[in-house]
Design a protein around this ligand. Structure first.
Ligand SMILES: [Zn+2]
Length: 472
């Protein structure tokens, strides 16, 4: 007869970062309770012909609390609920929110509390928060240490902050390092970008079609080099977020080979698009920071995902509407930056990474779920298929094909950078702590069901045969 389960996923191929096996998955009380063997249940999910993978752990999203959306200058258009629905649609089960101060007088602590409260009321998937700093004054420095002692074990820091005073920036990273936090760094050099932008303006060439020229490769590479120097000085563990170029990847690789604890995240858009799209009339829809690069960069990023020199993919879901992105008269400095990426997360990677042979299915699981869960202290509760783990699972159907149309998706952006593209591998079912939140192509999840994931020990990413694992 076997043990009684709330739900059994039957007949699928279970895939983890380490391998795959035909195996039924038994779920009880929201957790994975049994793998394989006899089980009884009243609720069976048919996974025949499909893969059962851990729901993605996306460490990098920008969603808005109600007070941010209601302000005169909102940042991005999704709240925690619409963002969650988009996440579920794309096979993402846990999101990591960047919690930056919004108003000038908002403190780091207040920013984290504001997002914690909004996510608690609205999120429909589980979440964790990264305190994000835009200054490094005495109050902020103190709050970094205090937040770390409360379990916030990651800090987001944009190198763009040109006028901070470089010494304070180093001090902030030192605080994070002393408190055992992982410092996530947005690497672009503001001074170099300002120079390039002013030059384009003087030439009358500052239209959106020239956006990549306002932030060429060197503006990313210079910031990555500086971040690594700070890592070397402070002993901080770094996560270089949304890395976009081959030359910046070469810098992080050499740092890792020197034994420095430098991790690398890339972002979906850099894997599928090149800067040529900016010359389209509606090229503003693809604008993010850093900009899109050349085919050689795309190829280098795929190789980095395969060989382990890139450990995670963060969506950097930062949505604006198409009207906002393509309004007449926008320039390289006024075009809204950021794109919606949550709802296409797993199918795009499956179609253009796994089905093309660029990465294995196991590697897809590592870079979309397991590695982020390990790096941010969520493993093995998240990012794994093991007894006792949360039943956050995607039954990924390789036969399920769809032409992407952002108008039909959950993000308030109302478009996707991949509109018109055909992708395969959409979820047949998505479970969140055992609850069925997607079936029959319909997302059903109530606002407020999401929980903040407690942060435990941070672990090194899954080993990759071709590349040394940076030490934690
Ligand atoms: Zn971001």
């Amino acid at each position: 007869m076997g043990n009684h389960m709330d739900v059994v996923i039957r007949g699928g191929t279970v895939v983890t970062a380490d391998g795959r096996a035909e195996c039924d998955v038994g779920i009880a009380n929201g957790r994975i309770s049994q793998l394989g063997g006899e089980m009884t249940t009243r609720s069976t999910l048919d996974a025949r012909g499909a893969y059962v993978v851990p729901s993605a752990v996306d460490p990098h999203v920008h969603l808005c609390a109600p007070e941010v959306l209601a302000s005169e200058t909102p940042e991005f258009v999704d709240d925690f609920y619409t963002g969650s629905l988009a996440a579920i649609g794309g096979g993402v089960g846990t999101i990591g929110q960047m919690s930056f101060p919004f108003a000038d007088d908002e403190s780091l602590r207040a920013a984290v509390s504001r997002d914690a409260s909004a996510a608690g009321q609205e999120a429909a998937v589980d979440y964790f928060l990264h305190p994000g700093i835009t200054d490094a004054g005495a109050e902020t420095l103190e709050q970094i240490s205090a937040l770390a002692s409360e379990g916030y074990s990651s800090l987001k820091l944009p190198m763009l902050a040109f006028d901070w005073g470089a010494r304070n920036l180093v001090e902030a990273v030192q605080r994070a390092a002393d408190a055992g936090m992982l410092t996530m760094v947005h690497c672009e050099d503001e001074a170099l970008i300002r120079f390039c932008t002013a030059r384009l303006e003087a030439q009358g060439r500052d239209g959106v079609e020239n956006y990549p020229l306002s932030r060429p490769d060197v503006t990313e590479r210079a910031a990555v080099e500086r971040a690594i120097a700070i890592c070397e000085l402070t002993g901080a563990q770094l996560d270089i977020v949304h890395l976009s170029s081959a030359s910046a990847l070469a810098v992080t690789r050499s740092a890792t080979l020197r034994g420095l604890p430098v991790y690398v995240e890339t972002r979906p858009m850099y894997l599928y698009l090149t800067d040529e799209v900016h010359s389209q009339p509606d090229g503003g829809r693809f604008v993010g920071m850093p900009p899109l690069k050349k085919q050689a960069d795309v190829d280098a990023l795929w190789a980095g995902l395969a060989d382990g020199s890139i450990q995670t993919i963060g969506s950097d879901h930062a949505p604006w509407t198409l009207e906002q992105k393509t309004a007449p008269g926008l320039t390289v400095s006024t075009v809204p930056r950021g794109v919606p990426e949550l709802e296409t997360f797993l199918p795009m990677l499956f179609t253009f990474g796994v089905l093309t042979g660029r990465i294995s299915l196991e590697r897809m699981v590592a870079v979309t779920a397991t590695n982020a869960a390990r790096l941010f202290g969520l493993y093995p509760k998240k990012g794994s298929i093991s007894v006792g783990a949360d039943a956050d699972l995607v039954v990924l159907d390789p036969g399920k094909t769809r032409v992407i149309d952002g108008r039909t998706m959950h993000s308030k952006a109302g478009y996707s950078p991949y509109d018109g593209w055909e992708a395969r591998g959409w979820p047949r079912f998505v479970l969140s702590r055992g609850d069925l939140v997607l079936s029959d192509d319909t997302v059903t999840a109530s606002a407020g069901r999401g929980l903040e994931v407690p942060r435990g020990a941070r672990l090194a990413p899954s080993p990759s045969p071709a590349y040394p694992v940076p030490a934690t």
